[in-house]
Design a protein around this ligand. Structure first.
Ligand SMILES: *Cc1c(COP(=O)(O)O)cnc(C)c1O
Length: 344
C-alpha cells in the first residue's frame, strides 16, 4: 500500500515498507552493465535456481533523501554507500557496480518518486534501498554470471517519534553475528539472518537490541545487530576496531564531526569491562542516526551497566545528534561536503 499523501502524518509514519511509484533496475549480462530501467512493478521475476536464493549472493545498502529547510532535496554521502556496495560485491564475488551507475540510480529513483519525499520539518525522510543479487541458475557452488542491481524507496517517519530516547541493550553471548574473517565487514543479508535469533530473544526479554562481542575471544565489544557502537569518556569518542564490524557511514561521519567539535577519537579494541568507564554509550546507523543507550545488561555474566539519568540522552549524544541532523536537513553549513542536492 502507498501512504495516503493527502492525510499522512509524517511525524508518526513508521520505519517500514510502503509502495511508491517507481523503482529502478540495472542488469549485468554478458560481462557488462546495461541501461538503467524504470519499473512500476513491485515484483521481480528470477530463476528458482538463482544464486542469491541458494548461496546468498546478495548485498544491500541503505541511505536517505532529506528535504532541507530551503526546500531542496539532498542525499548524504552517496559515494560511501556506492563504495561499500563495491566492497560487498567483491567479497561475495558479484559483479561490481560502478560508483557513477550507483549514484545515477539513486538520483533517478529519488526524482521519479519526488512526491513521496517527506517535506521539511517532521524529521521524516525518503529511505533508499539498493539491492544487488546474483540471478543466474546454478546448482553447483559458483558465482552467478548475471546480476540485478535495483533500488526502491519508501517514505519513513523519524525513528524517534517523541524525541530522542535512550534504550536498553543486551549483550549476546550465545550467538555471533559474524566471524573475524567472515563477511561481517560487508553488507550481506546472511549477517542479518545470523542475527535474527539473538535479536528475537533480546526483544522477548524487553531489550531494544543486542550488542555482539568479538566472536573469537568474547572479550571485546564488536557492534550492535544493525548499528555500530560508540562510548564517550570525557572528551573522547571511543568506537571498536574489529575484523567483523560493518563500517557504518554514520559512525565514520560522527567521528569526523566529533573531531571537528574538539573531541578526540579512538578507534581501537574496546574490552567489555570498559563499559563501566563510559559516561555515555550509543548505537549509530542511518535509520536512527544515534540511539543512546541507558542500560546494557549481560545476563550470562550477570553484569549491568547504566548511563545517565535513565530517561534522557546524555549531552554529548545530544550535541552530536543535533549537529549531524542539522547538516542532513540543510539547517547548518556542511563543512565536510557530505551532502549533494538532487535536481528533482
Ligand atoms: C548498515 C549497517 C550499519 C550502519 O551503517 P550506516 O552506514 O551507518 O547506515 C551498522 N552495522 C551493520 C551490521 C549494518 O548492516
Amino acid at each position: 500500500m502507498q501512504v495516503d499523501l493527502k492525510n499522512v502524518d509524517w511525524k508518526t509514519l513508521p520505519f517500514g515498507y510502503t509502495d511508491t511509484d517507481y523503482n529502478v533496475r540495472c542488469y549485468y549480462r554478458n560481462g557488462e552493465w546495461g541501461k538503467i530501467e524504470v519499473s512500476s512493478s513491485k515484483d521481480i521475476s528470477i530463476h528458482m535456481a538463482a544464486t542469491c536464493l541458494h548461496y546468498g549472493q546478495e548485498g544491500f545498502e541503505g541511505l536517505k533523501a532529506y528535504t532541507g529547510k530551503d526546500g531542496k532535496v539532498r542525499i548524504f554521502r552517496v559515494d560511501e554507500n556506492a563504495k561499500r556496495m563495491q566492497n560487498t560485491a567483491n567479497r561475495v564475488l558479484m559483479a561490481v557496480p560502478p560508483i557513477e551507475l550507483f549514484r545515477e540510480m539513486v538520483h533517478t529513483v529519488v526524482k521519479l518518486n519526488k512526491r513521496f519525499v517527506p517535506p521539511y520539518g517532521y524529521g521524516a525522510t525518503l529511505y533508499i534501498r539498493p539491492l544487488l543479487i546474483g540471478t543466474s541458475a546454478e546448482v553447483g557452488v559458483k558465482p552467478s554470471d548475471e546480476y540485478l542491481l535495483m533500488m526502491f524507496v519508501c517514505p519513513v517517519g523519524p525513528y524517534f517519534k517523541d524525541g530522542f530516547k535512550p534504550v536498553d541493550m543486551m549483550i549476546s553471548r550465545n550467538y555471533d553475528r559474524a566471524a573475524p574473517q567472515g563477511t561481517g565487514t560487508v553488507k550481506v543479508g546472511g549477517n542479518y539472518a545470523a542475527s535474527l535469533q539473538s535479536l528475537a530473544e533480546a526483544k522477548k526479554l524487553g531489550y531494544s537490541s543486542t550488542i555482539y562481542l568479538d566472536a573469537k575471544e568474547k572479550k571485546y565489544i564488536d557492534e550492535c545487530g544493525p548499528a555500530n557502537f560508540f562510548g564517550i569518556k570525557g572528551k573522547t569518542y571511543v568506537t571498536p576496531k574489529s575484523e567483523s564490524i560493518l563500517p557504518s557511514i554514520t559512525n565514520k561521519s560522527l567521528q569526523q564531526l566529533a573531531e571537528y567539535l574538539g573531541y578526540t577519537v579512538e578507534r581501537r579494541q574496546v574490552p567489555f569491562e570498559e563499559l563501566a568507564e563510559f559516561s555515555e554509550t550509543a548505537e549509530c546507523g542511518t535509520a536512527a542516526v544515534i540511539t543512546p543507550i541507558k542500560k546494557i545488561v549481560d545476563p550470562v555474566a550477570g553484569r549491568e551497566f547504566t548511563y545517565g539519568d535513565g530517561v534522557n540522552p546524555g549531552p554529548v549524544c545530544t550535541e552530536l545528534f543535533n549537529k549531524y541532523t542539522a547538516i542532513q536537513f540543510g539547517e547548518a553549513e556542511d563543512p565536510f561536503g557530505w551532502t549533494e542536492v538532487v535536481d528533482v
